[in-house]
Every structure is written in structure tokens, then in C-alpha cells.
Design a protein around this ligand. Structure first.
Ligand code: GLU
Length: 318
């Protein structure tokens, strides 16, 4: 399901550094496209003859009646919701200069909150950093987390995930003039930055055991440390690095092929199967009716216009 794009970001004629940055961006696009192609084939395989889901799924509106006692009914009658997201990740979750959250994760969250019939001004976005996502869900401080949040079995021991709604892959960002670091196998003795509580911070320990790892709480601090020479590389999902690079294109570049698969899910309280099913049905409906495409186009699409096929949601039984 590759959808045509009618609008791409208007760029003025590139200056020399801008042209160099554009070429670095196109290299990173190749990396993203590779991940996207892999995901597309997985999604197609998983879809099978499931197409009827898109028609059958209740999109949800203010008028939808939810089962009594369900999280959906409770949220609908409260008329408000708290959503955890990132605040420092351009393209996915960023608190902009007006103090408003923006990005693909924010738009995906709004698709869900809208389907619950909650008005936009009653959706409270709070910052969840990588390490506090599970605790915030477990403590009930947020109703759901949409925050570049990889679905994995360890996390599923304490929370549940709807989705996936996007798939990224771990890679590396270095300074634009870096020549020695070309991929994960060139990191021995290099200072590499990532974030506590993230899957890339764990994976890099085995993929590049001789790298010197520095961990912060958020990726913007890693980008700052890379810029001022305190570290030599930042490692996390290509999707996140693309956003950081796009906001500082003359300073950074992405290198190497993606070396993991990071399916992004929506974190919710453990055992809330009804809510998980509702979110999955809403996502599936949004894939088919243009809402997902609109969310993509207005955010990631400004840098990476070709939308990958959305991954089939996983209706696992817990
Ligand atoms: N997707 C990875 C994770 O959930 C890295 C991104 C992040 O830390 O938010 O750990």
C-alpha cells in the first residue's frame, strides 16, 4: 500500500554546504528505505487476507458507545487524557517554541484520542524520556505512551503494546567531517553516546563492545555532546537521528546500515486487552482512510517523502 504524495517540502536552490547536507540526507534515506523495504515485505506477509479489518474496524467518534467499565468508556466520560511522548526529538515528538508538542508520534496519538472523542485541548502531553516510560505507565501517570517506543518482550513483562505503527532501525550519527567511523564495526576505542533505558544503548554493548559508552537521559544531549566534540558518535534509531540531523544538517551525518529492527508501539497498562484492541482497530482503520498518511506527510514526510507501508498491527494474546 504505497500511497502517492502530492506535496513535498519546497526547498530553495541549495548552497554548497546545503548541497552536502542534502547528499548526506539522501544517504540516510537509502538506509531508511532499506528498513522500509524490509518492513513492507513483513507487513505484506502479515496482512494476508486481513483487508476486511480496515472496513470492519470502528474508527471511533464522540458518539461511539464503549463497553461500560472499559478504559475507552472511562476516558470518554472523563473527557481528557494524558499521553507520554518525547519532547526533544524533531519529526517524532518535539515541544516546539510555542510550547506545543509536534511530530509523527504526536499525530498518531491524536488519531487515537480523537477516536475516543476527546477534544484536542483536553489531550495533555507530558514528557516521557526513554527510561521512565514503563514506570509512568505502571504508576498510571499517563494513559498511553507514544514515544519512539520499541515493542519487545522485556517491556511486555510489565506493560502492553498496541501497534506497531512504524518500524525504525538502529544506526549511527557522526560529525559531518568524520571519516574514521563508517559503521558499527569501526567503533573500537570511540566515544559513543546513547540514552539510558533505550534498546540501542543495550544493543551497542554487544555490537561494539570496545566502544566507550556515554549515556544521557535524552538524545538532544547526545547531539550536543557530538557537536562540541565530547563524543564521536550517537547511536539510536535512524528515525530519531534523521530528525536530529535535519535540524542541524551541516553538522551531522548518518553512517552505516541499520543493524536492528525497532517496531514502534503504543505503550498501555498491562492486561488492558480491550484498550489494546481498540487502539489496534483505530490504527488499522487510519492506515486505510488517509489519517495515517496525513500524519506521516505533515511530519516525517517533510524530510522523507516516500511513506513506507504501515506495519500490520500485532493482536497478540497476553
Ligand atoms: N526505540 C528505542 C527504544 O524504545 C530507542 C528510542 C528511544 O529511546 O526512545 O528504546
Amino acid at each position: 500500500m504505497r500511497m502517492p504524495f502530492t506535496r513535498t517540502r519546497q526547498r530553495t536552490a541549495p548552497t554548497a554546504p546545503a548541497a552536502a547536507a542534502a547528499s548526506r540526507r539522501s544517504q540516510s534515506r537509502v538506509a531508511l528505505a532499506l528498513t522500509a523495504a524490509l518492513v513492507a515485505s513483513l507487513a505484506l506477509a502479515a496482512c494476508g487476507d486481513d483487508d476486511s479489518d480496515a472496513e470492519a474496524a470502528p474508527a471511533g467518534t464522540a458518539a461511539t458507545t464503549f463497553p461500560a467499565g472499559s478504559t475507552m468508556a472511562e476516558l470518554q466520560s472523563a473527557g481528557s487524557i494524558t499521553v507520554g511522548t518525547k519532547f526533544d526529538q524533531p519529526l517524532f515528538g518535539l515541544r516546539n517554541l510555542r510550547g506545543e508538542p509536534e511530530g509523527f508520534d504526536v499525530e498518531v496519538a491524536k488519531i487515537i484520542t480523537d477516536a475516543l472523542g476527546i477534544p484536542e485541548d483536553k489531550v495533555e502531553f507530558v514528557e516521557t524520556v526513554s527510561a521512565n516510560r514503563e514506570p509512568f505507565i505502571q504508576q498510571g501517570r499517563v494513559d498511553m505512551v507514544v514515544a519512539t517506543y520499541t515493542i519487545n518482550d522485556k517491556r511486555k513483562e510489565v506493560i502492553d503494546f498496541a501497534g506497531p505503527y512504524y518500524v525504525a532501525g538502529q544506526t549511527l550519527m557522526v560529525r559531518a567531517d568524520e571519516t574514521a567511523i563508517t559503521g558499527k564495526d569501526t567503533l573500537a576505542g570511540k566515544r559513543v553516546c546513547s540514552v539510558s533505558g533505550s534498546t540501542p544503548a543495550e544493543r551497542i554493548r554487544t555490537e561494539a563492545p570496545q566502544a566507550e559508552l556515554t549515556l544521557f537521559d535524552v538524545y538532544s544531549k547526545c547531539a550536543e555532546a557530538l557537536k562540541n566534540g565530547q563524543v564521536d558518535a550517537v547511536t539510536t534509531d535512524n528515525a530519531i537521528l534523521l530528525g536530529l540531523m535535519d535540524s542541524d544538517p551541516d553538522t551531522f551525518k548518518l553512517v552505516g546500515e541499520p543493524f536492528s529492527t525497532e517496531p514502534y508501539g503504543i505503550g498501555i497498562a498491562k492486561g488492558d486487552d480491550e484498550f489494546r484492541t481498540f487502539i489496534n482497530e483505530t490504527l488499522t482503520a487510519a492506515y486505510g482512510d488517509g489519517r495515517y498518511e496525513a500524519a506521516y506527510e505533515s511530519t516525517i514526510g517533510s524530510v522523507e517523502p516516500e511513506m513506507p507501508t504501515p506495519p500490520a498491527v500485532d493482536n497478540y494474546t497476553s
